[in-house]
Design a protein around this ligand. Structure first.
Ligand SMILES: Cc1ncc(C[n+]2csc(CCOP(=O)(O)OP(=O)(O)O)c2C)c(N)n1
Ligand SMILES: [Mg+2]
Length: 188
């Protein structure tokens, strides 16, 4: 079966985390996600490359339900020191999904080091429960496994390169997004 585009993967994630807090990485990922789904439980981190998984970890440590993170390979590599921290804290309610296209698709398609090194292997080497997949069905079943798991999990999804054309800019106020997200969590 074939790899997904980024937006196809995001649609699977949206369905599986429809009522759970979801921290979403910057650039085209946040734009593509907002083009088809906007929920108060979404926290798109506009511009904060490298901080998606760290913010998700903080939220998971202070929240009792499931928490999802949608990160990119380039963003995870930028803040790679989060992996040992994830391994050390390991909140079981946290699922980190890394959409790995081996490039900074949002930034002129520059290749990332994920093209050359095995970042899923690094997560495994740290003892993190790590899944790797490509198809929508496997992503869905890995999310279900992750939600039932007794430790933090990271799901690496190999996706197709590039961005969906014709997606409008997402010009929301980051402070407002943060306030809406905090309100949504308080009322849950
Ligand atoms: C500190 C910082 N450097 C650069 C950028 C510009 N930028 C936004 S998204 C992006 C690429 C992200 O790559 P990846 O996480 O792999 O996501 P992809 O676009 O490939 O889905 C870059 C370089 C930024 N937002 N912040
Ligand atoms: Mg990428």
């Amino acid at each position: 079966m074939a790899k997904m585009t980024r937006i196809e993967a995001l649609k699977v994630i949206d369905a599986e985390f429809a009522s759970d807090p979801l921290v979403i990485t910057c650039g085209a990922t946040a734009r593509e996600f907002a083009s088809f789904s906007r929920r108060p439980t979404h926290l798109p981190l506009l511009d904060s490359m490298g901080l998606t998984t760290p913010v998700g970890l903080g939220i998971a440590l202070g929240y009792t339900g499931n928490v999802g993170v949608v990160d990119g390979d380039g963003s995870l590599l930028m803040g790679f020191s989060i992996l040992p921290t994830l391994a050390a804290y390991g909140p079981k309610n946290l699922t980190v999904i890394v959409l790995d296209n081996g490039q900074h698709a949002s930034a002129d398609l520059f290749e990332s080091q994920a093209m050359h090194v095995n970042i899923a292997g690094a997560a495994k080497g740290l003892g993190i429960e790590t899944y790797e997949c490509e198809t929508g069905d496997d992503l869905k079943s890995n999310i279900a496994r992750s939600k039932n798991s007794n430790s933090v999990t990271v799901i690496f999804v190999k996706i197709l390169q590039g961005n969906t054309p014709g997606i409008p800019f997402f010009l929301a106020d980051p402070a407002q997004l943060g306030a809406n997200f905090a309100d949504a969590l308080k009322s849950k």
